[in-house]
Design a protein around this ligand. Structure first.
Ligand SMILES: [Zn+2]
Length: 252
């Protein structure tokens, strides 16, 4: 409570009254924060261009225990992604990343790992146009993992057989995201080839750059299974479709 200084990424803004803005930010120290920026829509505002979506800022805000909305006191640009977001595919990819964070991050709950993942994904995608499909799948898997919705890929969900690299049999994944060995698989389970399994389980070890390269180097079938599986798990966690669309892997 009181005055908070933190790094933040602007997710969304809304107009308020004549000259103000409501700003939704993912912050490093306080999680998802919604704040009022007084006078932010005036031509000569002290906030300048800092409160635009996708901008990495140094944010100062005042928080009162009894209010959901904080008051934004200051915002300085650390890095602007305005130029990068002019590419339609990068823009679409960034919108989807922001949408996922908005959907999954609980308000006012600090999650440094989630913030770092968001910053890394936005930064990487802004510098690598054309990689949006890979970065979107990577972001889905990371967010699912941090919020407890990613299945445990280490062992069969029924018999507990270890399914790591040394496993030689066939792996399967259910619609609910349970991983099975060939003895335990039930009707409707999707075959999970070695390539897809490796991609789904390696986001913990790899950053967006390295993981995207592996994703793009995989077969069309491998990419399809990964993209569909991560999307299905997101839909299951939210119990509906996310509002923004994911960039399709068929663009590669
Ligand atoms: Zn089993």
């Amino acid at each position: 409570m009181g005055l908070v200084e933190t790094q933040a990424i602007v997710l969304q803004t809304f107009k308020l009254a004549d000259a103000d803005k409501i700003v939704l930010c993912m912050t490093e120290k306080a999680g998802l924060v919604r704040g009022v920026a007084r006078g932010a829509r005036r031509l000569k505002s002290k906030f300048g261009a800092s409160l635009e979506p996708f901008t990495l800022i140094h944010l100062t805000f005042f928080e009162k225990e009894t209010r959901e909305l904080v008051t934004i006191k200051g915002a300085e640009i650390v890095k602007s992604y305005f130029q990068a977001s002019k590419s339609p595919e990068t823009f679409e990819g960034l919108v989807y990343i922001l949408e996922l964070v908005k959907e999954f991050a609980p308000p006012h709950h600090a999650d440094e790992k989630l913030f770092k993942m968001l910053r890394a994904c936005v930064d990487f995608l802004a510098g690598a146009p054309g990689r949006a499909a890979a970065v979107n799948a990577y972001t889905e898997l990371w967010i699912l993992r941090l919020t407890g919705f990613l299945p445990d890929f280490k062992s069969c969900g029924d018999c507990g057989t270890p399914l790591g690299e040394s496993f030689r049999g066939q792996r399967y994944i259910s619609h609910e995201g349970v991983i099975w060995c060939q003895n335990c698989r039930k009707g409707g389970a999707q075959t999970l080839g070695a390539e897809a399994f490796e991609l789904l389980s390696s986001t913990r070890r790899e950053g967006p750059g390295a993981w995207s390269l592996s994703f793009e180097g995989a077969s069309e079938e491998g990419r399809r299974v990964v993209a569909e599986t991560s999307r299905r798990l997101v839909r299951r966690a939210l119990e509906r479709e996310p509002r923004a669309g994911k960039v399709s892997a068929s663009h590669i």
